[in-house]
Design a protein around this ligand. Sequence first.
Ligand code: NAP
Length: 528
Amino acid sequence: MITGKNYIGDTISATGNKTYTTFNPELNKENEVVYTEATQEEINEAVSLASKAFKEYRNVSGKQKAAFLNAIADEILALNDELVKTYCSETGLPEGRAKGERGRTVFQLRSFADLVAEGSWVEATIDTAIPTREPLPKSDIRKINIPLGPVVVFGASNFPLAYSTAGGDTAAALAAGCPVIVKSHPMHAGTGELVASAIIKAAQKTNMPKGVFSNLNSSGIEVGQQLVSHPEVKAVGFTGSIQGGRALLDLAAKREEPIPVFAEMGSINPVVILPKALQNRGETLASTYAGSITLGTGQFCTNPGLILGIKGEQLTNFTNDLASKIVEISPSLMLHPNIVAAYESNKGKALAQSGLVVVGKYENEVQSNYATQIITTVEGATFLENTTLHQEVFGPFSMVVQCENAAQLEEIISQLEGQLTGTVISDENEITQYGSVVSALQNRVGRIIFNGVPTGVEVCPSMVHGGPYPASTDSRFTAVGIGSIKRWVRPFSYQDWPNELLPDELKNENPLQISRSVNGMLTKNGVK
Ligand code: NAP
């Protein structure tokens, strides 16, 4: 049952007087449950509990953490229809999407469970002593990744499950050995509370320390700011807008002890369509891209907001085809009124820029909370001069840039801000003539796609979901896939430490049978 209260560890609490409700975009009315925002005292209590829990949780074995993560997945599935119904009522998204996202969330939790149960992820590295080395003997040095401490997680409104309460950031941080405090997203507070209840049940069933997880309600930015400023918080995970991520990054940097903020933010995901591909299959590409731009009402961080081609009849035909295909698609709901308002305002700002031309837009009247799709076009030189045109318009909006030639195409790509993805559409070996364009694109993005669409992010170990700023605040890490655990750990060395006092991962006999680097060789053998 949803209470509207905060989870401070396993205690339900609502001592504050600031309340709010979520919104049903489909029915265009507020949902009934009233949520109470966490007070400063409740925030302090959650952080203090997390800090205490860390002392124990950091030493919990990989197998026990795996049991906890698998139990969270089981408890989320056990929420059954209540979770799906709440998700739909807070987002306007269909049941199929709720179930798909739940499946992804469960898969992520189980992937991290497998990772930590196996154990090699700690990257144990052993360099044995050389007492006879001249002129000085060499010490025995052993390195392992250890958890940072309590982590605060902010989820985005467009992924209430997979990038939220028990989403990738939380699963990775818990797997690493960090307690988590979630700053609940106000637009899906009910979904968040249900998932929080599943995490708490799982923690109790697997004997995890009290305070290993808390979920705090908030209707504005203050709770998040107080959490990030709290001296006992040691890292932040954020998925959302560039504005929000940047504000938290700056706040964390100004603390007496600055802490890392791993923010995954907006992106316009440039797509380069090479001339022969345009000539041979422009119409098919227009259909495919009309679908990708409007998928989920354009509310994906990988939405293709920018299409780049070389000026000419083929590009004009493609742009017109794209515009006519996109207006055939029925407009769909956006997640909440704030996102509709942001879409309208950002779209308006883009359309007010001189030189941006509307090629096609859905003209019929739509109900409130629905977004109407739009295709625009602009000359390469105009785009280069005006960086306002480079900004994300979160929703079913895309811009075709008509470049003068390959040199201008390359220059435009080089001038773009960092992006999550870049896509190249090429016919046969055409791409080989555009080596420097591809190279420029690689320098701006975290993932490059060949002859596909950027929407759709596979969860697997080789996935990079991140990119140069502002796609993310630290391009060295991914937010998706098991590699994302590295955001929540730091390398730590033991020098000449007695074998019996070392963690199992570094003991001579390798009791956990994990892969380790021993004197430069990857092995599961013990150290003699
Ligand atoms: P958002 O407005 O940035 O909100 C995300 C969370 O951050 C909310 O809990 C919000 O709290 C909080 N927040 C925002 N500004 C803050 C500030 N200045 N100080 C403290 N907290 C702050 O994002 P959204 O509208 O939910 O999500 C859409 C955006 O997310 C799009 O830009 C999309 O591209 C991006 N996104 C990125 C990824 C990725 O992996 N890169 C994935 C999905 C979405 P309040 O709501 O209480 O203000």
